[in-house]
Design a binder for this molecule. Structure first.
Ligand SMILES: [Zn+2]
Length: 173
């Protein structure tokens, strides 16, 4: 896993002076959107806050202690969180969802995911802001977009020859 850095912390972007725990900020966001504050939801927010980057649902389920909260509950919580912008979802090359806590302003970075080892990296370059501004000026609200980058990381390149792309289904028969 990548190491957590200061700028990578889920609290990055929270207004200065707000010295609140992730659970407190998350609870406020839930309340603001009329969602109930439940034990599993708080446990999940705390588990998300402990992750060094975007993680798959199984890892979160493990982090909240499987006996405290079943996988379906984790899935439902995450989907509710995603709807109110409390988590951002990204995708692995194989389509697996990864979840990341967003406590402050919407993150202005993208993920780059290695096709070989699935490690995620960040790209702090966000040229899409202009597009969002244009759409907002046109009257659109609740804008969202999906952009994922995939590649082979330098470490994996050193391990051997580059991976072959999965071949499309053959059409000659
Ligand atoms: Zn890699």
């Amino acid at each position: 896993m990548i190491a957590a850095t200061h700028s990578n912390h889920p609290l990055a972007g929270v207004s200065p002076g707000a010295n609140l725990s992730p659970a407190a900020i998350g609870s406020a966001r839930l309340r603001e959107h009329g969602l109930r504050i439940t034990k599993p939801r708080i446990a999940l927010i705390e588990a998300l806050a402990r992750q060094p980057g975007p993680v798959p649902i199984e890892q979160l389920h493990h982090a909240v202690r499987p006996e405290a909260c079943d996988l379906v509950t984790v899935y439902r919580c995450l989907s509710a969180f995603e709807e109110i912008g409390l988590v951002r979802r990204s995708f692995l090359y194989n389509g697996t969802s990864l979840y990341e806590l967003v406590l402050g302003a919407a993150p202005k970075h993208y993920h780059l995911i290695c096709k070989v080892c699935s490690r995620t990296d960040r790209v702090d370059y966000f040229p899409i802001e202009g597009v969002e501004r244009v759409l907002r000026e046109r009257g659109y609200t609740q804008l969202s977009h999906l952009v994922e980058f995939f590649g082979v990381c330098p470490a994996c390149q050193k391990m051997g020859p580059p991976v072959r792309e999965i071949a499309p289904p053959s059409l000659d028969r």
